[in-house]
Design a protein around this ligand. Structure first.
Ligand SMILES: Cc1ncc(COP(=O)(O)O)c(C=O)c1O
Length: 393
């Protein structure tokens, strides 16, 4: 300890403390509860992709520092994926950057593009690293709160417009959206795009759940909207799509000047990461469409199982049109404080969930919402659902 009164932790990070995921995962272990808190699958991704990683390791591909922008095979595969699925053409040499998961892509993009005094308009509730990275960049977050209406969380376009000021540097978008499970509609995305063009804003869009869109809907990348490709940094990740969250392989696609800016920050974060896994993910991105269709159908069935169990247990369940998550309202259970509810849930029902309030600046707006992850084996979900019925009695 120093003798000075100054706190050890940089003051811009003081409000962030330990993430709720660490607290809740520890609680799950201590109480032997089923952990539907943190969003990671409890089964690993495709065998052939694991084998591809083993082959890369054995063949000595990626065991030493890979190239700063990512191995050429992966950059090519990312560009081919964007073209095949969305008709978005990116040059693998100048418009694709491989990162240590989407987490690093978010950090590098925000550190590269923001300066102190800039404002970032972000959808609230937001993924927890956004607020921390905006703070590390010395910028200010301006939340626009998604609110439930007719069963889903919606973006209020007037609120979005009103949030933009002369200091706004960028819009930070996330669709499919964690934690609400909402997928922005074509109209909502078109309005975001129009606003970005009209106010000449940069856009960072986190689309890590692009392959987890349910009920026959399609993922609509923001970069496909008019005027957006040239101002948009799109973030993807292999973690969610291939159930390898521990590999930490993510990527950015954007025009050359934006990629170059993001790379400047990224080189001083990790420089490079996940060498052998980059080769394996390159193979994963080339899997046939049937892989994505099966993965999506499997996750959709899990969503349905958990959603009906939560409804029977007495929660109000909002439509999860995408992601790994279902957001619920606990008020029908006679509860109003998600934090207290989640801290007691292990004792009451042997299940761990996450209070959505941690994803809000406006804690009151988030207080009654609780998030459950359904990316778990069916037997685990069945058991969780059966335990949760105790709340109904
Ligand atoms: C919206 C969102 N963005 C980014 C990430 C981080 O992705 P990665 O594991 O690739 O760093 C997550 C992980 O939960 C997420 O939910």
């Amino acid at each position: 300890m120093t003798s000075s009164a100054r706190p050890l932790l940089n003051r811009s990070l003081a409000e962030f403390g330990t993430t709720i995921f660490a607290e809740m995962s520890a609680l799950a272990l201590r109480t032997e509860s089923i952990n539907l808190g943190q969003g990671f699958p409890d089964t690993d991704g495709p065998e052939e992709i694991r084998e591809a990683a083993v082959r890369a390791l054995r063949d000595g591909r990626g065991n030493q520092y890979p190239p700063g922008p990512g191995v050429p095979e992966l950059r090519l595969a990312v560009a081919a994926h964007q073209e095949r699925l969305y008709g978005l053409a990116y040059d693998p040499d100048t418009e694709v950057l491989v990162t240590a998961g989407a987490t690093e892509a978010i950090a590098a993009a925000l550190l590269a593009l923001l300066e102190p005094g800039d404002e970032v308009v972000a959808l609230e509730p937001y993924y927890d690293s956004y607020a921390a990275c905006i703070a590390m960049a010395g910028a200010r977050r301006v939340p626009v709160t998604l609110r439930p209406s007719e069963g889903r969380f919606r973006l209020d376009l007037d609120e979005l417009r009103a949030a933009v000021t002369d200091r706004t540097r960028l819009l930070l978008i996330n669709t499919p959206h964690n934690p609400t499970g909402t997928v922005l509609t074509r109209e909502e995305l078109a309005a975001v795009a129009e606003l970005a063009v009209e106010r000449d804003l940069l856009v960072v869009t986190d689309e890590v759940y692009e392959h987890l869109v349910f009920d026959g809907a399609e993922h609509l990348p923001l970069a496909t909207f008019p005027g957006m490709r040239e101002r948009t940094v799109t973030i993807g990740s292999a973690g969610k799509t291939y159930s390898f969250t521990g590999w930490k392989v993510g990527w950015v696609t954007a025009p050359p000047a934006l990629v170059s800016a993001v790379r400047s920050a990224k080189q001083f974060l990790t420089y490079v990461a996940s060498g052998p896994f980059q080769y394996a993910v390159a193979e994963a991105l080339a899997l046939p469409d049937t892989y994505f269709a099966e993965f999506r159908a499997d996750m959709q069935a899990k969503r349905d199982l958990l959603a009906s169990g939560l409804t029977e247990a007495g929660f109000e369940v909002f439509t999860s049109a995408g992601t790994y998550f279902i957001t619920t309202d606990i008020r029908p259970l006679g509860e109003k404080d998600g934090f207290a509810f989640c801290r007691n849930l292990p004792e009451r029902a042997g299940v761990v969930a996450i209070p959505n309030a941690v994803f809000y600046d406006d804690k009151e707006a988030g207080a009654p919402y609780v998030r459950f992850a359904f990316c778990k084996r069916n037997e685990v979900l069945h058991q969780a659902v059966s335990r949760l019925q105790r709340l109904a009695s």
